[in-house]
Design a protein around this ligand. Sequence first.
Ligand code: ADQ
Length: 723
Amino acid sequence: MSRLLLVSNRLPVTVKADKDGVSVVRSAGGLATGLRGPHERSGGLWIGWPGDVSRLTEAQKASVEEQLAGLRCVPLYLSASEVSRFYEGYSNRTLWPLCHYLIDRLPRQDRDWDVYRKVNERFADLVARHYQPGDTIWVHDYQLMLVPAFLRARLPQARIGYFHHIPFPSSEIFRTLPHRSELMRGLMGADLIGFHTLTYVRHFASTLMRLLGLETVVDRVSYDGREVRLGAFPMGIDAQSFEDLAKEPAVLEEVRVHREKGPEMRLLLGVDRLDYTKGIPRRLLAVQRLLEREPAWRGRLRFVQVAVPSRTAVADYAAYREKVDELVGRINGLYGSVHNVPVHYLYRSFNEKQLAALYRSADVMLVTPIRDGMNLVAKEFCAARPDEDGVLVLSEFAGAADELGDAVLVNPYDVEGLADALEVALEMPAEERRTRMRSLRARVKEYDVHRWVRSFLDTLESVPTPPPRLEPAGAEAALARMREAGHLLLLIDYDGTLVPFAARPELATPDAELLDLLQRLATRRDTRVHIVSGRTKETLETWFGGLPVGLHAEHGLWSHLGPGEPWTSLNGVTTDWKNLVRPVLEAFAARVPGAFVEEKSASLAWHYRQVDRVFGARQARELRLHLGEVFAQGPLEVLPGDKVVEVRARGVDKGRVVRLVTEGLAPGTLVVAIGDDRTDEDLFAALPEGSLAIHAGGKASRARYRVMGPDEVRKLLSALLVG
Ligand code: ADQ
């Protein structure tokens, strides 16, 4: 097992100072429990903020450091302004409401972004300082979305995982954020990006497509020369420990006390952080509604709502607290009596034993967030019910609902429906309660937090480490080889390699600077230049006919070896299939606004660069499938390109050009091929041994060298002309 470096905003500890000194105590949270084993066994480190230590003396701080080191924790201290702008600010005032679909809560001005970015960079610096080759890094949650990319820049070979603990919203929500693309690129520094549910994975993939134009194939995305994997890893809890707690005599005694009011009295329970995503007001209104419409339940219901104080420095939380206080007061005023109040509202934290006792006492557990990444309370409740009783009422909008289908699922926005569900739960026959609880418990126990950690880390370990990148030093090395060579033969693709893609193919014309560069390269000492493109020979002739270079059109179907030479074509290429394929492509173009068909002599291309990204990609996939099915045995080949599906005669590929132009090559000639897409891989594959293949972009490629895009290609070629 490789050493594990865990990175989260908060360290899993609490620092307590009292008159006797200062102590660092491990927190009990699910994440801390689940990760403790791998953290300790791997001899790893946990890096994060230990909480506010500004009031500690120097001596106390030294003691904290020592105790943290004993727990293998590395502190990152945040200044007061960083706490307010990075943590309370950008993380909790912007990203938290955004990911929970509450865009009306977003601040009108985006003032804290710079601090968020800086703190993320500080995290990455600290992690990089402790990193040793072979370590696995696991970054947690929305406070640190930029850390993976900052780390990738510092540690290109590191294995980096990221887990998002809160929902990933629909791309329609995410794209309202001013820094949306930076955040997406931040995450894409990771090798594996994990979410609680497949829905979040789907939202993330469509956001990648819409914002960065990146297509996810099943669970993989090519990005920056690496393969990034996406996955759903529903987090579990330490189910065994909750079950054990719920069987302890002291806990059972507390359960007896809770239930003392007699079998007629029903206990409803809510346990949450006091957060506006948890749906407490509507839950209270549903209880009120039930009492209002069913007088028989009055005096027979006790709703215990435990709410842990949370993010009290954020104004929205204070306002929310007031709202809850007011509602509780109103319901108790309306339906309370001298002997009984319906709502018991406890605004404080409970320890696990107290929670277990409450869970085990409840008739109905109400988990009704309006949005929740997962919600572990729902799972804790099930684990704490070895008696196989109790009904879970669960919001459809909690990630947990995907796994816990045997709960009574509710729409938390529908107060009347919530009241109905409460009634169903209160009146559910014992046998049904048992059957449901048995299946809920089976799931919660099987997919516990240990399994979650294992499956995430196993997947992360299985992602191949990225191939070494051609960093500036590498580019230098390639350049040095090119300069040393006695003779040079350059085979260069055009679109995406020498020029960026344009909205329509005819707009990607060569600029004067490029023509000059090609002219000078072609007249460089002992250098020959060939342009190897998918374009038609007419286009290449118009653009480059005046230059002393070789031209190869339609992926090598047509070749013209230099000025004064004729265009020759490959023999035996059939094109009668075009009449069958053309109508299919035209039908797809007709139903996809912005798509069009381009005809070449031995190929047809369906272009969709101007189509809505998600729709275009989906239609392209469908077109490829359709063509594959109908023409599987035909003399043609379907090629997915960059926003184009190309159908060409089988047996024509760019590799043919290599064979043609390397015949009778002067000894000591270095062949250099540069290209950016699938068709250039054929070129690379056909190169003679000892040649130089350079991939111009971020896709997976067999090329040993890589530069990013046309700008860098031009820079490399220009460098060849000097010195
Ligand atoms: P949270 O929003 O904090 O977590 P949740 O998953 O329910 O929500 O976890 C809360 C934890 O706090 C539970 O372990 C619970 O026992 C404890 N807790 C809640 N109320 C308490 C109380 N009154 N007293 C003491 N303890 C209390 C975020 C996401 C979730 C996601 C988790 C884990 O918002 O959707 O499930 O991370 O990924």
